[in-house]
Design a binder for this molecule. Sequence first.
Ligand code: ADP
Ligand code: MG
Length: 343
Amino acid sequence: MIHRLDPQTRSKIAAGEVATRPASVVVELVENALDAGAGTVEIEVGGDGTDRIRVADDGHGMSESDAELAVEHHTTSKLTEADDIETVETLGFRGEALPSIAAVSRLELTTNTGGPRGTRVVVEDDETTVSPAGRAKGTTVEVTDLFADRPARKKALASPKAEFARISAVVTRYALTRPDVRFVLRHDGHETLTTPGTGRFADVMLAVYGRDAASHASTFDSVREVKAGGETATVEIDGLLCYPDVTRSRRDHVHVSVNGRALAEPRIRRAVVEGYGTLLPDGREPVGVVRVNLPPEWVDHNVHPAKDEVGFRDADAVAEAVESSVRDALSTADLRRSGELAM
Ligand code: ADP
Ligand code: MG
């Protein structure tokens, strides 16, 4: 059930600007699909993304009244009271993504909870129209004419190629973080990424980085305790690490997530690199997926409007846990193994 947040809760939320560029729109729509329990997320992008972004999922969908509320400000099904912000386990919670995107585009949402009839909601020029629509269970959000009446924002965008590269990077990060979900990304009609949704890290690695990387990698899984202010929390760290013979020159191939949220999180990325230590050739960067899970009250997802970084109760302790997990994983992995999927 979607409802409106009270003013006190709203004031605690750092919504900032949600729709700053096409990639930020894609992040919000993909996170909504994952929050809805999707098994498949299909993303279609036209041009630099301002022409068209379409995200379709097979998640739980929305009732007609929820679909109508979803595009209004401060409406969410994920948070009820201000204190819930501390323990929120969904990716969304601000109730601001859909209305913010709709404010700078034409937004069409088609959804069905699995009943005989679905709902279509169109927001265009501040007008919302609701009508019945045929659709299987799930939700499709189509955003067209993004920033059509925001010339300054449109001008600030990079080339279509560069904007699509950003979109591709965020979709790839989520695909690697969620091997259990099937992702399809299309750009101007061409499929650029498909992951199988098998739940196996090696399968997504194969889809994203190819056979060489997927066959020179090991999954790992560790549990560490971290302490802060007299309290102890259990941190679970897992993922897949490519062996040090698979490297890149750029830094953005360590894909980090914290409590399911894929984000840049430079401190965790650095901790992963430290974990490789001297195994890495000079000037080379590792390739891997590292998922960090800790009790929600130890993480603050609300510090960064674009949700790129999180606040940790003790960031150094978490970084140390990540570093030692990676170091241990690499020291036990059979680094000479090659030629087959190391799963
Ligand atoms: P938030 O995710 O912060 O709650 P949004 O504006 O992104 O805010 O979405 C508002 C509400 O619309 C969500 O709380 C959810 O109930 C519903 N919703 C949005 N996208 C989907 C989707 N793909 N599937 C099902 N429900 C959705
Ligand atoms: Mg959302």
